[in-house]
Design a binder for this molecule. Structure first.
Ligand SMILES: Cc1cc2nc3c(=O)[nH]c(=O)nc-3n(C[C@H](O)[C@H](O)[C@H](O)COP(=O)(O)O)c2cc1C
Length: 514
């Protein structure tokens, strides 16, 4: 024993290295690299592990990361913190890049007098259309904000994150989409709620996993802040892919909220069991609207248009159908999806939306639908483009996550989110202060709306619903090949009936008034 104490420190290091080398060469068979290059082979695995962080912080330039580059992230962080979000010396973007968009400014901007709603509140920007108005639902709803929180369930996000979003959304006068994981206690701080369910029917499911109208009706009756219902058909990151919620992740609380059994794997199939074809879906929508009185819409990623054509025909013939349609882009986010789906299945937002809008435009149905867009649209100029194409509202998911502290670590699927936003680990979410984070979400939304209003005024309009396709140009290649949206996507959007901001302000269906 005594002689151990006399071994110098450098010899200890040598002994450890020799032991690692013996293990690498003789005892392990898993890694060829460490077998062939003992000890130094480990450096490869270490660098591979910390590579993304090194690139993000040290190597990547401001424009090159995906899904969101540093310019975009910094704008959200600064806006959320109410810091200076300006940039000096001119744009850092490559404005000649493919798909770069330009808003055509007016010679003389739109001017507002002292009594205009936007002089009183620079962030006042409600939806120009009313959900459920055409279909004469009992409780029509005009979202009080054109930007809202997109579907992300409790389960994929932490309790503290959902609480922060809900409180922030209330401050910003927006709505909060529950995602398909049911209505949790963290959704009940008073913000307007859009209740979503998917093929798992979580929160509104019978014991056998089928849809329960009784449960949905009770849920809506018990929670007056539920303003609309969204039937999820698919989402951009994994359209047509069901999901498994592993039993190990189902806590007592999650089991109760979702209406599933504790500790047992829960399968969400790719298809709905409540209907099998488009006609059945329309009947299902009508039954829900009839029972609850609320506007009912669908969310989907777009690809093949055949069934959408059928939907438009049924809507035209019957005068029935969804009150709103949420179009998610293939670039959309998710808690977890196989890359083969996230990378390749379904169209990017601009292609998917333009294809779908034309289906309804051709049958003169656009006026009765509220179009909601999601897929990296959480920036004022991108939103202006979406409005010009026919969107009436924008849903944001990952941008909202970033406003409450997400750093784009891209490990939502591992339960190890370092910021506590997308994890169920109590320890990791303890760092979130919902009071502060809710303020940040609200501030991001307010800044977003204020800048969107300013861009709108610069283009000579009062409300972004007045943007026409020809007001936005997109680089499709070089110089003279830059085309206005109507030329690129070959349609003109239906003008949205708009009678001034004051008219929206006075609307009895305006949301946010609980
Ligand atoms: C963590 C996470 C969870 C999500 N959960 C759902 C969900 O439950 N239902 C759904 O329809 N979409 C879900 N989405 C997709 C988003 O609602 C949204 O459509 C998509 O991310 C595009 O918006 P974004 O680009 O602003 O993130 C989720 C996205 C994320 C990042």
């Amino acid at each position: 024993m005594e002689f151990l104490l006399h071994i110098p420190w450098w010899l200890w290091i040598l002994i450890v290295l020799v032991l690692i080398a013996i293990r690498d060469v003789f005892l392990q068979r898993k890694h060829t690299i460490t077998h062939n290059y003992p000890i130094i082979g480990h450096l490869r695995y270490l660098l591979e592990k910390i590579g993304p962080e090194l690139r993000q912080y040290l190597v990547a330039n401001n424009r090159e990361e995906l899904p969101f580059n540093r310019i975009e992230r910094s704008w959200i962080y600064a806006s959320a913190k109410k810091e200076n979000n300006y940039e000096g010396f001119g744009t850092e973007r490559d404005i000649y890049a493919h798909h770069h968009i330009f808003v055509n400014n007016a010679m003389i901007p739109f001017s507002i007098d002292a009594n205009h709603p936007n002089s009183i509140d620079k962030t006042f920007l409600p939806c120009a259309k009313i959900m459920g108005e055409f279909n004469k639902r009992k409780k029509p709803y005009r979202p009080a904000s054109v930007i809202n929180v997109s579907a992300m369930s409790f389960g994929s996000l932490s309790a503290k994150a959902i609480e922060s979003l809900n409180k922030g959304v209330k401050m910003a006068g927006a709505y909060h989409n529950t995602g398909e994981g049911g209505l949790s206690p963290y959704h009940t701080y008073g913000a307007d709620i859009m209740f979503q369910f998917g093929t798992g029917y979580f929160g509104v499911r019978s014991k056998d996993g089928s849809f329960s109208m009784k449960k949905l009706k009770e849920l809506v009756d018990d929670h007056s802040f539920i303003r609309a219902i969204e039937l999820k058909l698919s989402q951009g990151a994994k359209p047509g892919k069901g999901g498994v919620l592993p039993g190990a992740k189902i806590s007592k609380q999650i089991a109760k909220i979702r209406g599933v059994e504790l500790g047992k794997d829960v399968i969400s199939p790719p298809n709905h069991s409540a209907f099998t074809n488009v006609e059945g879906m329309v009947n299902f929508i009508e039954a829900i609207a009839e029972e609850t009185g609320l506007p009912v819409g669908i969310k989907a990623a777009i690809g093949n248009l055949e069934q959408w054509e059928t939907l438009a025909e049924i809507m035209l013939e019957t005068g029935k159908g969804p009150d709103f349609i949420t179009i998610d882009g293939g670039e959309g986010g998710t808690g977890a999806a196989p890359p083969s789906f996230a990378d390749h299945v379904s169209l990017p937002w601009v292609y998917g939306f333009s294809d779908l809008y034309k289906v309804f435009l051709n049958k003169a149905l656009t006026e009765r639908i509220v179009f909601i867009g999601s897929g990296k649209l959480g920036f004022p100029a991108k939103a202006a483009m979406a409005f010009a194409m026919g969107a009436d509202c924008i849903n944001v998911a990952r941008e909202a996550m970033m406003s409450i502290g997400c750093i784009q670590a891209q490990i939502c699927h591992t339960n190890r989110c370092p910021t506590g936003v997308a994890t169920q680990s109590k320890w990791l979410q303890n760092g979130i202060d919902p009071k502060l984070k809710s303020f940040r979400l609200a501030q991001y939304f307010k800044t977003f709306k204020k800048e969107l209003v300013e861009i709108t005024h610069a283009a000579g309009y009062e409300h972004p619903c007045q943007f026409k396709m020809s007001d936005i140009e997109m680089n499709v290649d070089d110089h003279n090949l830059a085309k206005a949206l109507n030329k690129t996507y070959a349609y003109e959007k239906t003008p949205v009936p708009f009678f001034g901001m004051q008219n929206l302000k006075d609307c009895v269906y305006l949301g946010g008034k609980n």
